[in-house]
Unconditional design. Sequence first.
Length: 340
Amino acid sequence: MDEIKNKDIQKYIRKIDKITDAKEGELVIVNGKIKDTAVKLSPKLSFPDEYEGEIYDGGFSGDILDIKFDIHDGYLIKRTEGKKNSIEHAEEFNLVISFFNILGIPLDFVSIADIILFAEDPAKHPFIAPFSTKAERRGKEVTIDVTPEESAVLHFALFYFKEKMKRNKITELLDNFKFLGYTNYYMFHHDYHLSFINSWMFIEPVINYLWNEAVTEKIGMVNTSPTKHERDWTMQHKIDELFMLDKIKEWTRERLQILRTKRNKVFHVDKRKHKRKVDFKDAEDCIKMAMMLFYKLLDNEEGNILVFNKIMDIRNKIGEATFGPHSSMYKKVSIKKKKT
């Protein structure tokens, strides 16, 4: 069961209706037991099902490694056990949301102010305690219905990610996967600059990881490995070394070096404004490389990027709801992927 530390409860619980005589808008502090921690999804996802002729939200359950969650009535509800503070809760919500974005479902990320507590008072009366009015407003504008077929593929994709990450022992890179979620999110919303930056923020740690693994394997002893003096090696050298050690293909090396050059112009603010400008193609090339490296980490053949067609159907519905069915603002990202 999730718990929020007492200081968070004292700071954020307010506007409790039906369990006190307080007038609307008054600050009320009550003793309560936290049952669940949640955020409202934006856009809201609904999983319609039918029972005896009535349609209801059947919900969705899943887990990303150790984070178990439910989606129901527009809420993303975490079922992770143990005491956590509000920052840790927000980080875990964003990790789950990142994997939805990696799959192509552009859900909005959250902050501490978006957290909602599902609780009950000493008399076991249930109540909802949002951290802010912002938390209550999230996800009201758009509701996306997910079909049973789309839900089934989503289950499979998340299970695939979980099993591949455990099998290939890459959980140490878990925090970096958030950058890949951000890059897909910003690409969907046409912010090519932030998409490019977050793509590279994912790519660079992956290159460092692959280089450390490859060089240590080559030398055979960690204590004598060049990885002890990693700062003496530039990113350019690491990319070339990975190619020479046969850990990446030549076309991957060439594209990485091109992206690295562009990265330097953007990150170090080239005085020539046109050189540091990021356009659609720059962002597209960088996200393709980031996604390719992600699936390489999952032990897929280099160059392959998986796409789940039913999940792309969910993305299309979000795009139409966000930008309008005929808006020029919405277009599919032209990434060639291996279809499943």
